[in-house]
Every structure is written in structure tokens, then in C-alpha cells.
Design a protein around this ligand. Structure first.
Ligand code: FMN
Length: 162
């Protein structure tokens, strides 16, 4: 059975699956395998050198012609440099973790990049939606340590509420 959702159309992918970014684990090899299989593979850029990120983007493009993403952890010391690489490389999708990516939204959107921030609160989901986020990933406290106190089961319906 083919399970298409609006996310498939938004990201031009076959299945509505976004691979969770994992710093130091999810490089170009994993991201390209997920994208090639029909989901959205995501390179975890957190804390990495910009030159590493450029190499992993090149690797994905050698291994697949499908869309892929890069995840930015917003506390990264070299975040400006990572954003510059992503824009220069015209990476199709950016996901963000660890806070509010508001200050990068305009530059990323102007470069034609789809932006999907991880949000841990309704307030941040609304703010980023106003700033042009293409979608949000609502993650509760059980999702890995970088988020707030609310659980995913409570957060998701609240984010979806009009
Ligand atoms: C080892 C590890 C590293 C992670 N690194 C990142 C990261 O760099 N950026 C990020 O936004 N989320 C990171 N996460 C969170 C995951 O992308 C994902 O959102 C989280 O694990 C919830 O998904 P799950 O329930 O499928 O595990 C990491 C998770 C794990 C387990």
C-alpha cells in the first residue's frame, strides 16, 4: 500500500518518513540510504567542521539523486558557517534542533530551502510558522534530551489545534 501524505508532496519523497538527525552518527552514507529508499535522509551537522559537512553533502549527491536534508543544532559554535555551506550547496531541506532558528529563516527561505524546525512548545511552533517554516517536528520530552517538559502525546494535538 502506498501511504502518501502532504509531507510527501512538500518534500518530493515517496514515504512520509524523516530520518531523525543524529550528531556524529548520521552522515552522508546513512542519509543517502534513507533518501534512496524513499524517505528523507538527514545529515546531522551538529558540532562538525564546515568542511566535513560539505564532504557529506557531496557524498549524498554521489549516492542518490533524491532529496535530502541537513540538521543544524542551533548551539553549534560554527553555526553561521554551516548555514553558509547549506545555502551555497542549495541543500533541499533543513531541520533544526535545540532552540529557535528564527534568525536564519529568512536566509534559508530566500535560498529556496524547505525549513522544518523541531519544536517543543506551541508558542515556538506558531512563531516559526509565522516566519515561514514549511512544517514543524513536534517533539516532547521523551524524544532525546534537547527539548522541553511536555510529552509528545500532549504537544502534538496542541500544535495541530487551529
Ligand atoms: C544519538 C542521537 C543523536 C541525536 N542527535 C540529534 C541532533 O544532532 N539534532 C537533532 O535535532 N536531534 C538529534 N537527535 C534526536 C533525533 O533526531 C530524534 O528526533 C529523536 O531521537 C526522537 O526520535 P525517535 O523517537 O525516533 O528516537 C539525536 C538522537 C540520538 C538518539
Amino acid at each position: 500500500m502506498v501511504f502518501k501524505t502532504p509531507l510527501c508532496d512538500l518534500l518530493n519523497i515517496e514515504y512520509p518518513l524523516i530520518q531523525g538527525a543524529m550528531a556524529w552518527i548520521a552522515g552522508g552514507r546513512l542519509a543517502s540510504a534513507v533518501s534512496q529508499a524513499g524517505g528523507l535522509g538527514v545529515i546531522g551537522a551538529a558540532g562538525a567542521e564546515a568542511s566535513w559537512l560539505k564532504g557529506e553533502i557531496d557524498l549524498v549527491r554521489q549516492l542518490t539523486d533524491k532529496p535530502f536534508g541537513v540538521n543544524l543544532m542551533l548551539a553549534a559554535a560554527n553555526i553561521e558557517h554551516l548555514v553558509e555551506i547549506i545555502i551555497n550547496e542549495k541543500v533541499p531541506v533543513v531541520t533544526t534542533g535545540g532552540g529557535n532558528p528564527g534568525r536564519y529563516m529568512e536566509a534559508l527561505k530566500n535560498a529556496g530551502i524547505k525549513v522544518i524546525p523541531v519544536v517543543a512548545s506551541v508558542a515556538l511552533a506558531k512563531r516559526l510558522s509565522r516566519l515561514g517554516a514549511d512544517a514543524v517536528i513536534a517533539e516532547g520530552t521523551e524524544s532525546g534530551g534537547h527539548v522541553g517538559a511536555m510529552t509528545t502525546m500532549c504537544l502534538v494535538p496542541m500544535v495541530l489545534m487551529p
